[in-house]
Design a protein around this ligand. Structure first.
Ligand code: GAR
Length: 192
């Protein structure tokens, strides 16, 4: 099985979906631990409760982003990680980090990339009058939210939708496609 680490900053619902998937028989990956850039991320407690190792690193402990990402790599190497899943990790990684992990570093983003890179994707889709919206699992490259797409899911935008109702509809799809995308990568079905 491929050894997978998940990086989070918050709630960790995608993390939980990945942990659950990895417990299915024949799933080609196992979660070896969860890291966060925020010590208070609620997802860390969920991960510990599931018996997983966790760590958190704060930017304030490091002189710059390179030092932070070097520490991150050290932690991940100590776990012998094959694949990193970003799951609500709200921090931009350095180009060096993304190049080092190229093809083994994936992210889930709450829009149909290349539409709506960055933040506040649901509010922006609504403001544009979008009729469909969704989520994307993609490889991470040095350019933010630009890497090759692995899988997408669409949902309709319905009359009366708010950013919250849209987020909830999309989150269901996120929890479905992230484990599927990781399965493709971990099984070797998918090549970078
Ligand atoms: C998810 O909707 C994820 O797509 C998004 O943050 C949320 C995290 O929720 N990620 C990004 O916006 C990345 N730029 P979760 O912590 O419950 O998985």
């Amino acid at each position: 099985k491929k050894r997978v680490a998940i990086l989070i900053s918050g709630r960790g619902s995608n993390m939980t979906a990945l942990i659950d998937a990895c417990r299915l028989p024949d799933y080609p990956a196992e979660i070896v631990g969860v890291g966060s850039n925020r010590a208070t991320a609620p997802g860390l407690e969920i991960a510990s409760a599931r018996g997983l190792e966790t760590f958190s690193l704060a930017q304030s402990q490091f002189v710059d982003r390179d030092a932070f990402d070097a520490a991150l790599t050290q932690k991940l190497d100590a776990w012998n990680v094959d694949i990193i899943c970003l799951a609500g990790f709200m921090r931009i990684l350095t180009p060096d980090f993304t190049v080092r992990w190229a093809g083994r570093l994936i992210n889930i983003h709450p829009s149909l990339l290349p539409l709506y890179r960055g933040l506040d994707t649901h509010a922006r889709a609504l403001a544009d009058g979008a009729r469909v919206h969704g989520c994307t699992v993609h490889f991470v490259t040095p350019d933010l939210d630009e890497g090759p797409t692995i899988m997408q899911a669409q949902v309709p935008v319905l009359p009366g939708d708010t950013p919250d109702t849209l987020a909830t509809r999309i989150l269901v799809e996120e929890h479905r496609i992230y484990p599927e995308a990781l399965c493709l990568l971990a099984s070797g079905t998918l090549k970078y």
